[in-house]
Design a protein around this ligand. Structure first.
Ligand SMILES: Nc1ncnc2c1ncn2[C@@H]1O[C@H](COP(=O)(O)OP(=O)(O)OP(=O)(O)O)[C@@H](O)[C@H]1O
Length: 252
């Protein structure tokens, strides 16, 4: 049965006086993959960052409205807990350069001063790297620096780092735009596997990618959520003329 995991109700987001997200409401189901697309500057990243409260890290930025995770108000929760439960993977793979692969996976624990036994760490590292489809490739070089990996492997390491914190939702901000086609394909394949245990929300400029990986697609335009529907419908029979114009390349 479908159940809502992320529910945004009338979210408005601002940078100073500039109104970047306009009254966006959306409900995202557990274990679905949602793609967020739209032309540059339409607010996709801003909205993504409203979900796990990263928007509020920007000076003069603020968000209004209600964001719920599993029915609980994210804006009233402990912000560190929010970022565990709603992990994030960025455009450029960003493993910590001074940490080993092993330490990168458990970086969330290290940075927050959470003490774990060696045995617990080993289990978390193996499980997270396995879930990120990286274990087999790195199990014999866990103590090498994360930056020694290829771009695609680094991105999977960042995914493992998010998984290590036992999130429910993982946000991806154009996660493959800095990767070559083979690495892109391995990350896309991983989305299909991760879906069994997590809810994935992926900002992408790449319409083919949205079509390949997502169950539902949201189209943003000028800070508004114009349309949100099954991905097949969005790409074959969108209801809004603006969505139609976007998918047919009339603006990019
Ligand atoms: N740190 C910031 N300070 C001020 N304005 C910002 C900031 N970040 C984004 N904006 C503005 O907010 C609006 C939405 O930007 P956002 O990055 O969310 O769009 P986007 O759809 O993700 O774009 P892109 O696809 O190019 O990454 C834009 O007008 C942008 O200029």
């Amino acid at each position: 049965m479908e159940s809502t995991i992320v529910s945004a109700e009338n979210i408005n987001a601002y940078y100073g006086d500039s109104h970047a997200i306009k009254n966006v409401s959306i409900k995202i189901n557990r274990n679905e993959v949602v793609a967020m697309m739209g032309p540059s500057g339409c607010g996709k990243t801003t909205f993504l960052r409203c979900i796990n409260r990263m928007h509020e890290l920007i000076p003069n930025a603020r968000a209004e409205g209600v964001m719920k995770l599993d029915g609980e108000d994210v804006y009233k929760m402990n912000v560190i807990y929010v970022r565990y439960k709603i992990g994030m993977v960025f455009q450029r793979p960003n493993p910590f350069p001074n940490l080993s692969i092993y330490e990168n996976v458990i970086a969330g624990y290290l940075l927050n001063g959470i003490k774990l036994s060696k045995a617990d760490k080993d289990v978390i590292v193996e499980k997270s790297l396995t879930s990120a489809a990286l274990w087999k490739e790195v199990k014999d070089s866990l103590h090498k620096k994360g930056t020694f990996l290829s771009g695609g492997q680094q991105q999977r390491l960042c995914i493992a780092r998010a998984i290590a914190m036992q999130p429910e939702v993982i946000l991806f901000d154009e996660p493959t735009s800095a990767l070559d086609p083979i690495s892109t394909s391995s990350v896309e394949q991983l989305f299909h596997e991760l879906k069994a245990n997590y809810t994935l929300i992926i900002v992408t400029h790449n319409m083919q990618q949205a079509a390949r990986v997502s169950d539902r697609t949201a189209f943003f335009y000028l800070g508004e959520l114009v349309e949100f529907d099954d991905t097949k419908i969005m790409f074959t029979n969108p209801k809004d003329q603006r969505t139609q114009n976007y998918i047919t390349g009339r603006f990019s």
